[in-house]
Ligand binder design. Structure first.
Ligand SMILES: Nc1ncnc2c1ncn2[C@@H]1O[C@H](COP(=O)(O)OP(=O)(O)OP(=O)(O)O)[C@@H](O)[C@H]1O
Ligand SMILES: Cc1cn([C@H]2C[C@H](O)[C@@H](COP(=O)(O)O)O2)c(=O)[nH]c1=O
Length: 191
């Protein structure tokens, strides 16, 4: 079962993934960008967010996704495979960045994933106050430095895209307690 944990920065994805990993040592835990030797090098460049071309940034995220699919997802498709981010981040952040359409992004991600979409998306929805508070507790990477309004736009783009993707999705309120969210996730996934 291939599951994406999705949502904007600080919404609580990694916290929940750590809890599941502790309960399911057999699970394959991965991330995008990253998860492979190439992806971790691409991640360094991408999180600096210094590329002048929005298309270059998008294509590097897609190259990371293609390699991640080939090296990590496809060989482990029969296991509990959890990815901290995936193509929905690819769609939301790129749409908020501009210069590309949802239809183009769906086609580009279909190509990167060889048409093998995740089985489920766990989507964390946050709000401005929570986002501000949690961002204030960490150092920002280059993408986060694009600011609150950019990240809130990303979240809206993700929400707009979800109903057009026909992928079973659990939508969570990121403001609920860690334990409440954890219970909702394990109940939804049946794990
Ligand atoms: N349900 C929650 N209630 C309160 N605080 C939370 C909750 N979930 C996570 N946090 C806190 O919010 C911060 C961000 O959480 P986390 O790193 O899990 O988010 P993330 O979505 O993985 O972020 P990023 O995408 O930026 O890596 C952490 O300080 C974490 O302890
Ligand atoms: C997969 C993917 C990610 N991003 C952005 C989202 C975040 O700001 C960073 C990843 O850092 P994190 O520690 O995992 O939050 O990259 C993106 O813009 N496009 C993508 O496809």
């Amino acid at each position: 079962m291939y599951v994406l944990f999705e949502g904007i920065d600080t919404c609580g994805k990694s916290t929940q993934i750590r809890l599941i990993a502790a309960e399911h040592p057999e699970a394959i835990i991965t991330r995008e960008p990253g998860g492979t030797r190439f992806g971790e090098k691409a991640r360094e460049i991408l999180l600096e967010a210094k590329l002048q071309s929005k298309r270059a940034e998008l294509l590097l995220f897609l190259a990371d996704r293609a390699e991640h699919y080939e090296e990590i997802v496809r060989p482990n498709r029969d296991k509990l495979l959890i990815s901290d981010r995936g193509f929905l981040s690819g769609i939301g952040y790129a749409l908020a960045n501009g210069g590309v359409s949802l239809e183009e992004l769906i086609a580009l991600n279909h190509f990167a994933l060889q048409g093998d979409w995740p089985d489920h998306i766990i989507f964390f929805e946050t709000d401005e106050a929570t986002l501000r508070r949690r961002l204030g507790e960490k150092s920002a990477d280059g993408i986060e430095e694009r600011g609150i309004d950019y990240l809130l736009t990303v979240q809206e783009k993700m929400k707009e895209a979800l109903p057009k993707l026909a992928i079973p999705t659990l939508i969570l309120d990121a403001r609920e307690s860690v334990e409440t969210i954890h219970q909702k996730i394990v109940t939804y996934l049946g794990i």
